[in-house]
Design a protein around this ligand. Structure first.
Ligand code: ZN
Length: 361
């Protein structure tokens, strides 16, 4: 392990002998008694030395072996150290142009996962993640591109038909793609986002091989946990899935369903039905190509981009081992005021998705 001070952190003096790493006070790490000798020692934490070499260097600089060890422990406890060797190994798993693009992502991960080497381990694991995005509209294509850019190993996008102007957004499919097959255009968006020289594999992994499916149908029904048959299949296969969509002026991220662990999309439909008995009937018609559909479906570019970004972030947090607020809940965003809200979702008693099997006998 070759230790370095996290390059993501700014440095500023709180007073003449207190050095602050990081900007926001409640998250910042502080080195006290930062005299010349300690500052010179901090300069050695550049990722070229392991702990024994640093202890020897501290001793040579007159800091003393034990105080140097105590300083290193304090820096690690405060979350200021990372492992340059692990970072190099993690980035080596990506092709060169993508490696450079991922620098700020790894820097961000180093602040979220604080132990030395933890962030590179998370980034390295992303190369093993397989995500399928269903729907290549303004929301779905953007989610796929963001996940690919963030280092997700395999991002496939499924959809039918050809790109229409309403599918385009700066974060997903550009206007020049109008008329191409949606599946091809989305695959190219994924390739561009991850700076790959060759197109990603077109082979669609089987559902059981997927770590996450993002349900972002172009009709926006993902905003209301539509697609009951598809969701049942994913529940049966034990595949985690995240509902996302924009309908009219309203965007939704969640629920994120981990089968058998968190409340599912049908729980949400039942909860809405408790408030509005006609809801299932309206939801079914939303998914139909019937005469009641809006002639120009609304999808604000800013709202769709925000919803896609939030959904991609929730997917990443989940795949990286965290617990995003779309688990047992969902987040709403309205184009009226741009104010995000988080709502709680309990397992509905009539759903049964969280029933535990009874022990035999
Ligand atoms: Zn349920």
């Amino acid at each position: 392990m070759r230790l370095l001070l996290k390059p993501a952190l700014s440095r500023s003096w709180r007073d003449s002998e207190t050095l602050q790493f990081g900007t926001v006070r409640q998250y910042a790490g502080v080195v006290e008694r930062a005299d010349r000798a300690r500052c010179d020692f901090l300069g050695l934490l550049d990722g070229t030395r392991d702990r024994p070499a640093l202890l020897a260097a501290g001793e040579r600089a007159g800091l003393g072996r034990e105080p140097t060890g105590a300083l290193l422990d304090e820096l690690e406890r405060t979350g200021l150290l990372d492992d340059a060797e692990a970072a190099g190994r993690a980035l080596a798993r990506f092709p060169q142009p993508h490696r450079e693009l991922l620098g700020p992502d790894l820097a961000s991960l180093s602040l979220v996962h604080s132990a030395p080497g933890a962030a590179p381990a998370v980034l390295g694991r992303r190369t093993d993640h397989r995500v399928e995005v269903r729907g290549a509209g303004r929301v779905g294509a953007a989610i796929a591109a963001v996940l690919a850019a963030a280092g997700t190993g395999a991002v496939t996008v499924t959809d039918t038909g050809r790109v229409r102007p309403a599918d385009c957004s700066p974060a997903g499919l550009p206007p020049g793609e109008v008329g191409r097959l949606r599946s091809t255009a989305a695959r190219d968006a994924v390739r561009r986002a991850s700076a790959r020289r060759t197109a990603p594999s077109t082979r669609r992994p089987s559902a059981r091989d997927l770590d996450l499916v993002v349900l972002a149908p172009r009709d926006g029904s993902g905003a209301f946990a539509g697609g009951a048959a598809e969701a049942r299949e994913l529940l049966r296969a034990g595949v985690p899935h995240l509902y996302v969509g924009v309908v009219e002026e309203f965007g939704v991220v969640g629920p994120l369903v981990v089968p058998g662990v968190s409340a599912c999309g049908h729980c949400l439909v039942l909860a809405r039905e408790d408030e509005d008995p006609a809801w299932p009937r309206i939801l079914a018609q939303l998914a139909d190509e019937g005469p009641g559909r809006a002639r120009t479906p609304a999808c604000d570019t800013g709202l769709a981009t925000a919803v896609a970004g939030l959904a991609a972030l929730h997917a990443q947090v989940y795949l990286d081992g965290g617990r995003p607020p779309s688990l047992d809940g969902w987040c709403e965003l309205s184009a009226v005021d741009g104010m995000p809200r988080r709502l709680r979702l309990k397992g509905h008693p009539d759903c049964g998705c969280l029933w535990q099997p009874q022990p035999p006998g």
